[in-house]
Design a protein around this ligand. Structure first.
Ligand code: FAD
Ligand code: NAD
Ligand code: ASC
Length: 433
């Protein structure tokens, strides 16, 4: 079969793939120059919606409502948008083989494409409980969430279990967001996770205690410090019981799992320099092969602000890294270079009536300000202070302008004389930076 030649190929039609397409168009793209491959059936969309508004009992978000780039206030790129721009968007098309020496890619249908420049944007995939050797992990009724087809299956399961019970395994982003979604769908939730508190990679015990109290008030039962060792199945192979390491057994026919993600290197595994589980890139997202870039969740990139390298599994970085890589590709064609990627980490979540944002680095001593945990009607937050400089800032319930203030703090890392000043000034400290 003849090889199909393309100037640019993007593998992965998720968040980074969609934002890369927009940046190529913005910087000048001729019809026929770009092909995007996605193993998903839907054109690139804003993945964060899947564990939030997609699960709502009423006025739920549905495609085509949240195709990129609406999540950052941009134009909504429907499949026609790609066609109009002369971009070939190959959906349900997985790249299964890569030959970087000959610059060719092979699809699951056996088509062979060659590229001038390749952008890898294959994202992450969820860890499966089978990876943790949990017995019975293959039972029916156990759900994971990454892509919209999985979200649709979960929506059906939620409808079938209205008024019933569910077990949520994991106390990270997915666990917290989906426990809330199940609860607002009138399903009684028990959360199980091995950590001592919610989201320990970011939350301090003080922050976690507010969110745990809030969830418990909504009727969520939280079981910490243990994990699932096995699932029991009924005669149809459907989950019926969840067995915990501490000996407890929970009856449940619906289980939702969010126990972390891993970068999806797929056919690129072992072909490029790797670091921290991802594909190693420079400050313009170029890999160890000068014709290949990697962006989004799979890229391990230099974090200029902190002088180390990181892999970030969040949407803001997926968008910005894609834009940076395309700018670098276009600049290189003119013999120019772009400024180094200078990323300020930004994480956020929303559940129930809660909404928090975090910017910067959660290192050093944490200083909490605002109302005592459990009083629901005023703002609160935290600053992370290291070597007398504020490195990170967290805010619950901030307005857009207030969130900008804490972002500025994390970017500028102002010095502080006493952490006590931060406690009393609270958000007022940020407004003076
Ligand atoms: C349910 C959910 C909610 C989230 N909510 C938030 C949030 O609120 N805030 C936040 O900051 N982050 C959130 N994230 C994380 C964020 O969505 C990711 O960091 C972001 O999507 C990463 O973008 P990406 O393009 O690297 O990967 P993805 O968006 O995952 O896209 C990768 C795409 O590549 C495709 N692909 C993979 N391999 C191949 C192959 N070999 N051939 C063809 N196609 C391939 C995949 O099918 C997928 O379509 C959430 C993630 C999930 C799963
Ligand atoms: N708001 C957001 O930014 C957001 C929302 C949803 C998903 N995501 C992304 O999606 C991906 C998956 O999210 P996630 O919540 O699964 O990952 P996560 O890393 O946030 O949380 C995983 C949780 O599972 C727990 N865990 C680990 N092993 C376990 C086990 N055997 N049994 C029970 N619990 C166990 C961990 O302690 C942790 O609390 C991540 O990349 C995440 O960044 C982000
Ligand atoms: O960044 C995001 O994009 C989606 C949604 O805004 C798209 O409509 C969502 O829920 C986010 O948090």
């Amino acid at each position: 079969m003849a090889t199909i030649d393309r100037k640019y190929i993007v593998v992965g039609g998720g968040v980074a793939g969609g934002y890369a397409a927009r940046e190529f168009v913005k910087l000048g793209l001729q019809p026929g120059e770009l092909t995007i491959f996605s193993k998903e059936a839907a054109a690139p969309y804003e993945r964060p919606a899947l564990s939030k508004a997609y699960m709502f009992p009423e006025a739920a978000a549905r495609l085509p409502g949240f195709h990129v780039c609406v999540g950052s206030g941009g134009e909504r790129q429907l499949p026609d948008w790609y066609a109009e721009k002369g971009i070939e968007l190959k959906l349900e098309s997985e790249i299964v083989k890569a030959d970087l020496e000959n610059k060719t890619l092979t699809t699951d249908k056996g088509d062979v494409y060659s590229y001038g420049t390749l952008v890898i944007a294959t994202g992450s995939t969820f860890l499966n409980l089978a990876d943790f050797k949990t017995a019975g992990a293959d039972a029916k009724g156990i759900y994971y969430l990454r892509e919209v087809h999985e979200a649709d299956k979960l929506v059906d399961a939620i409808k079938a279990n209205k008024g019933g019970e569910a077990v949520v395994v994991g106390g990270g982003y997915i666990g917290l967001e989906l426990a809330a979604c199940l609860t607002i769908n009138k399903i009684k939730v028990t959360m199980v996770f091995p950590d001592p508190c919610f989201m320990p990679r970011l939350f301090t015990p003080e922050l976690a205690s507010f969110y745990e109290g809030y969830y418990e008030n909504k009727g969520v039962n939280i079981i910490k410090g243990t994990s699932v060792t096995a699932f029991e199945k009924d005669d149809n192979g459907h989950v019926s019981k969840v067995i915990l390491k501490d000996g407890r057994t929970l009856d449940s026919t619906l289980v939702v799992v969010g126990v972390g993600a891993k970068p999806l290197l797929g056919p690129f595994k072992g072909l490029l320099e790797e670091e921290k589980g991802g594909i190693k890139v420079d400050a313009s997202f170029k890999t160890s092969d000068p014709n290949v870039y990697a962006v989004g969740d799979i890229a391990t990139f230099p974090m200029k602000m902190y002088g180390d390298t990181r892999r970030v599994e969040h949407v803001d970085h997926a968008r910005k890294s894609a834009m940076q890589a395309v700018q670098a590709i276009k600049a290189a064609e003119k013999g120019e270079v772009v400024d180094e990627y200078d990323y300020l980490p930004f994480f956020y979540s929303r559940s129930f009536d809660l909404s928090w944002q975090f910017y910067g680095d959660n290192v050093g001593e944490t200083v909490h300000w605002g109302r005592e945990a459990g009083t629901p009607d005023s703002k609160f937050g935290a600053y992370w202070v290291k070597d007398n400089r504020v490195m990170g800032a967290f805010l619950e319930g901030g307005s857009p302008d207030e969130n900008k203030l804490i972002a500025k703090v994390a970017r500028e890392q102002p010095s502080v004389n006493s952490t006590q000043d931060l406690v009393s000034a609270g958000l007022g400290f940020a407004s003076k930076v």
